[in-house]
Design a protein. Structure first.
Length: 136
């Protein structure tokens, strides 16, 4: 008489890889950020660029404060400030401080060039380093 023993594997499958992290265009060569408020909108990521999408299908390419980075945290794409703290999360509805930047100045005042990185944007927002206000 033969006895068959089934072996079960306790090997854990690795988690699926996270999508790539976008490169954030950062402000350069400016004396200040302005004190205006952006229209309320949702942060969306598309083709490696994080946009502020407002009503009427308008999209603002965001030029972030120096030292800002993007990272995956708890399965969410977060924008981190220069100190590594969460500044905003993609998918959130926010109002950003800062000022509108005319498209003709976007290449001059962003590294990498926001116009190349975020092609198709007709509006640019220079975000101030203050944490944005979440909107309901």
């Amino acid at each position: 008489m033969s006895v068959a023993v089934a072996a079960t594997s306790c090997v854990r499958e690795p988690p699926p890889p996270e999508p790539p992290v976008p490169t954030l265009p950062q402000a350069v060569g400016l004396a200040g950020y302005g004190d205006a408020l952006s229209p309320a909108g949702f942060l969306v990521e598309e083709r490696g660029c994080v946009f502020l999408e407002t009503g009427g299908g308008r999209r603002w390419a965001i030029i972030w404060p120096p030292g800002s980075t993007a990272a995956w945290t708890n399965q969410e794409l977060a924008i981190l400030d220069a100190d590594g703290h969460v500044f905003a999360v993609v998918g959130e509805r926010v109002v950003l401080g800062g000022q509108r930047l005319q498209a003709r100045y976007a290449a001059e005042h962003s590294r990498p060039d926001a116009m190349r990185l975020c092609g198709g944007a007709s509006r640019y927002w220079l975000a101030s380093p203050e944490k944005p206000a979440a909107q309901p």
